[in-house]
Design a protein around this ligand. Structure first.
Ligand SMILES: *Cc1c(COP(=O)(O)O)cnc(C)c1O
Length: 351
């Protein structure tokens, strides 16, 4: 197996691309008379001033985020949702109509959709019945056109964390592309993050998000952690101002309040415990799967009937019953104590 070499993996035209150079690239000082970006010098038509283009590389945010994640600022990319990072990784690396990615269903839907948008083939290696990686099958499915292997841990929609030994085996067994570990739910598990292992694993990319534990889904901000070289490629192909100024201000505030995250997570974990025990007592429930995330996967006798009953009472959960290995399962996000009680009351009212 030839060693991992990023410049062989990046699509040649991307590797050689000369990126757009924005006004904020060419002059990075903060003081001065700015007549370079065709902005409105008088201000904005809203009460706060948003007339200036934001920092294209969100450097203040990365300065605060890096120590929190045990990485260097240059190892961070921020995207308009994690979905932007997912799309950019595929576009930077996978040749349309030629290359393929490997996903492990049941898992997050965007890897396949993003590959589809980019005309990239998708190989599927179903998780084992206990929702772990079939490492041998994954490694057997790799061919010279395989460029990205997607691992979601804790996994959506199953809720479990993937064994780190399996992820390491894939990292060690695959040098022809990258392994992306999607850690959207990392704050809800006791498993450590892979962000601190980037230097040991040049083919590793980690994705996280501000949408879940941080309570900032509406901001649309995802994080991608990788080698400085790969982050440089993402910076080169991203839309120049992909994180808006208002989002950057709120992210800075969030990072200054980072100490509030563990308390919120603790509240969610307590509710997860209560909800999981209570749901497991219901006669129509066949199984509540253990969760390392902020949701529960629950197998019902009649998932579709249950879903409809809940919708009639304006309680919305996610129907995963048509997903492989998730037959008759609903995915239920852990709510507040009052929301969870309302859910339980509604479920108890079935027949
Ligand atoms: C929610 C979620 C994300 C986050 O997506 P954003 O675009 O950052 O909101 C990423 N991956 C998985 C597996 C998720 O469930």
């Amino acid at each position: 197996m030839p060693p991992f070499n990023l410049s062989n993996i990046i699509r040649p035209h991307i590797r050689d691309l000369v990126p757009y150079s924005s006004a904020r690239d060419e002059y990075t000082g903060k003081e001065g008379i700015f007549l370079d970006a065709n902005e409105n010098p008088f201000g904005s038509v809203v009460s706060s001033p948003f007339n200036r283009y934001p920092d294209p590389y969100q450097q203040e945010i990365k300065q605060l985020l890096a120590p929190l994640k045990g990485v260097r600022p240059g190892q961070i990319f921020l995207g308009n949702g994690s979905d932007e990072a997912i799309d950019l990784l595929i576009r930077a690396i996978c040749r349309p109509g030629i290359d393929n990615i490997i996903i492990m269903p049941p898992t997050y839907g965007m890897y396949e959709v993003s590959a589809g948008i980019n005309d990239v083939h998708v190989r599927k290696v179903t998780l084992t019945s206990d929702f772990q990686i079939d490492t041998e099958k994954v490694l057997e499915s790799i061919d010279p056109a395989t460029k990205i292997i997607w691992v979601c841990s804790p996994n959506n929609p199953t809720g479990n964390a993937i064994h780190p030994e399996s992820i390491q085996a894939i990292l060690d067994g695959f040098s022809g592309g990258i392994v992306v570990v999607d850690e959207a739910y990392i704050d809800f598990t006791s498993q450590p993050s892979w962000t601190t292992l980037l230097d040991e694993n040049p083919n590793l990319v980690v994705i996280q998000t501000f949408s879940k534990a941080w309570g900032l889904a509406s901001l649309r901000t995802g994080m991608c952690f990788a080698s400085e070289e790969l982050i440089g490629i993402l910076n080169k192909i991203k839309p120049p101002y992909n994180i808006g100024g208002p989002s950057q201000l709120l992210l800075l505030e969030a990072l200054q309040n980072a100490g509030a995250v563990p308390g919120m997570v603790q509240d969610i974990l307590e509710q997860r415990q209560v909800l999981s025990e209570e749901i497991a007592r219901l006669p129509q429930v066949l199984k509540v799967y253990p969760s390392d995330a902020n949701f529960l996967l629950v197998r019902f006798r009649d998932a579709r009937g249950t879903m409809q009953h809940l919708i009639d009472e304006k309680i919305i959960v996610r129907d995963r019953s048509k997903v492989v290995l998730c037959e008759d399962c609903l995915r239920i996000t852990v709510g507040t104590a009052a929301e969870n009680e309302a859910l339980l009351a509604s479920l108890k009212g079935i027949r």
